[in-house]
Write a new protein. Sequence first.
Length: 115
Amino acid sequence: MGMLVACASSPQISVVMEQPEWHPIDAGLSCAPARVGCDATRCIAKVHNSCGSPVTCRLTMNALCVAQTGETGPATGGSGPQTVLSAREGSVVAEVICDASEARLTRPGTLRCFR
């Protein structure tokens, strides 16, 4: 089964998710606390930047792809670098695309922010 993985990157992202469960996630900077939630095909980290300067973040995610035949396989996805301005909250979006199958069991990977 072939997998296609895509990266999503956009400086201004408006994202609507159906009531995800939000969990704290370590961003690698104590001045940029974050929380993450996932839906069927993407994970979104909300980063609150109190660092005094812009931070750039990357988010990874993992999913299990399930084909109509029942075959399963892992897939990973990630965001491009996304910048959050100082004293703002921004969203970092990672997306996974399962070629000819459906993504299930999406989980956040790592969130890394740097100045």
